[in-house]
Design a protein around this ligand. Structure first.
Ligand code: SF4
Length: 266
């Protein structure tokens, strides 16, 4: 597992304490077209093909199963937030069900931690309902290979439908980068359904190497407007420029519920 630094020189992934990758690699091939026309690719792919090439010798578009790291959260005693699959999509269509269940078993056994998963394949997630109460289940804003904003808006509506079927104590949406007017789509969903199918949101800017591309201010305003309407906590990534800073987290599931689930399952 990798500890995420919180000092001023390097903040790592700000919304978690550790990353843990019992699976690795991803086939989604996300790329984004930047406002200046340049194309940027997924950060994890850049890391896998650069700094971490030794652990990704078959490339990033390859499935890696790392049984030898499976027990690591059980050895970490201080209660921590652990992002599962920072270099992968745990619920990707290529990941064998048995491996996902083994990862979930460890999350259940390490009940003192809070695990955070993130996927761009939300249609598969409800197959694993109900999730242990110490697992926060996240879905990323749609992005494929140079997907258009119009296509992403349509995909987001489908993602929301799948998120509504997830049974987890906390469902969250990672909107990093905020690359189209996603708040508008969320507002339309909320108007029809009377609520949103998640309890936490992360919002960030787009990056390409050292270049940072801020979202349109109107997109951020719309997003905050919808989140505040439903009292959904908002966490800004450090790369977002905004006047009123927000680093909010959802409330943890009560300890008694987590311990009850652990005693029933283990
Ligand atoms: S889903 Fe995540 S890890 Fe996979 S290519 Fe897209 S951004 Fe990268």
């Amino acid at each position: 597992m990798n500890k995420q630094r919180k000092d001023s020189r390097s903040r790592g992934i700000e919304w978690t304490d550790w990353t843990w990758n019992p699976t690795g690699g991803c086939f989604h091939g996300c790329t984004w077209k930047m406002p200046d026309g340049s194309i940027t690719q997924c950060y994890a792919k850049t890391v896998a093909e650069g700094l971490a090439w030794n652990a990704y010798r078959d490339g990033f578009e390859h499935h890696y199963w790392r049984e030898h790291v499976l027990q690591e959260p059980l050895k970490l005693k201080p209660p921590s937030k652990i992002f599962v699959g920072s270099m992968a999509d745990l619920f990707g269509h290529w990941v064998p069900e048995e491996q996902i269940r083994r990862v979930l078993d460890v999350m259940t056994a390490a009940h003192w931690h809070t695990f955070q998963t993130l996927s761009k394949h939300p249609n598969r997630i409800p197959e694993f309902n109900p999730f242990p109460p110490n697992v926060w289940v996240g879905v990323s804003l749609p992005a494929g290979h140079l997907m258009s904003p119009h296509g992403a808006a349509r995909a987001l509506t489908i993602y929301l439908k799948h998120m509504a079927a997830i049974q987890a104590s906390i469902r969250f949406m990672s909107i990093e980068p905020l690359w189209f007017d996603a708040g508008h789509v969320l507002a339309e969903w909320a108007d029809i359904h009377g609520s949103l199918p998640f309890e936490w949101v992360i919002v960030g800017a787009a990056t390409n190497g050292r270049s940072v591309y801020q979202p349109e201010p109107a997109w951020v305003e719309k997003m905050l407007d919808v989140m505040d309407r439903f009292q959904i906590p908002v966490f800004f990534k450090g790369n977002l420029k905004w006047d009123t800073w927000r680093e909010e987290f959802p409330a943890l599931a009560p300890v008694w519920l987590i311990e009850l689930h652990h005693s029933v399952m283990c």
